[in-house]
Design a binder for this molecule. Structure first.
Ligand SMILES: [Zn+2]
Length: 189
């Protein structure tokens, strides 16, 4: 779902231009960024349920618990508000939280409500990954919508060489997202 998260951030950039693209891209992946050191130190793990795209159960009980993500979204939103105003702050917080919502859609039930799955509450996940066709289509749609909206925003109000540059930046962004999806599908990295 790496590429899908980026697609959403690109779409948001078109609507909230005061927040830089890098901040939206980072916000959309923030809980996966936190997941990396926890994964490397074996605190959070990934269990393969088969080969190929989305065949995994992710035990990310701290970085991906509903409560941790809500707290992180509020804190990041408050920080972002200092730089990009009220609307920017709200957007960044919402984009941080959007990662969890998209994960909820695709993950098998492995997302805890409380950190460390405290109280052994039911794990959440709607499991769209069970159908690689459905989940890949959803991700492609997010990439397409994000690229289209970003491109339209980037070229608006520009002309001549600036427009060409803006168009190129949109195409590069779309290609990078497709490469992310391809690496996911081919299970590289
Ligand atoms: Zn995630």
């Amino acid at each position: 779902m790496l590429a899908g998260h980026f697609g959403l951030a690109a779409a948001v950039k078109a609507k909230v231009p005061e927040v830089p693209l890098w901040a939206l891209m980072l916000s959309t992946q923030l809980i996966d960024v936190i997941f990396v050191p926890l994964y490397v130190s074996d605190i959070e793990t990934v269990v393969k349920t088969g080969v190929g795209y989305g065949n995994q159960v992710i035990h990310a009980e701290y970085s991906h618990s509903l409560l941790s993500v809500l707290i992180l979204a509020v804190l990041t939103g408050l920080l972002a508000r200092k730089f990009w105003g009220k609307r920017g702050g709200f957007t960044v917080g919402a984009v941080v939280f959007s990662h969890w919502l998209l994960d909820l859609l695709v993950h098998r039930p492995d997302l805890p409500i409380l950190p460390g799955n405290l109280g052994n509450l039911p794990l959440l996940g709607l499991g769209l990954w069970r159908s690689s066709t459905f989940s890949m289509t959803a991700e492609l749609l997010l990439i397409a919508a994000g690229s289209f909206m970003y491109l339209r925003y980037a070229v608006s109000g520009t002309s001549g060489s600036t427009r060409l540059l803006a168009r190129r930046s949109g195409v590069i962004l779309a290609v990078l997202m497709l490469l992310c999806l391809a690496s996911d599908v081919l299970n590289i990295g």
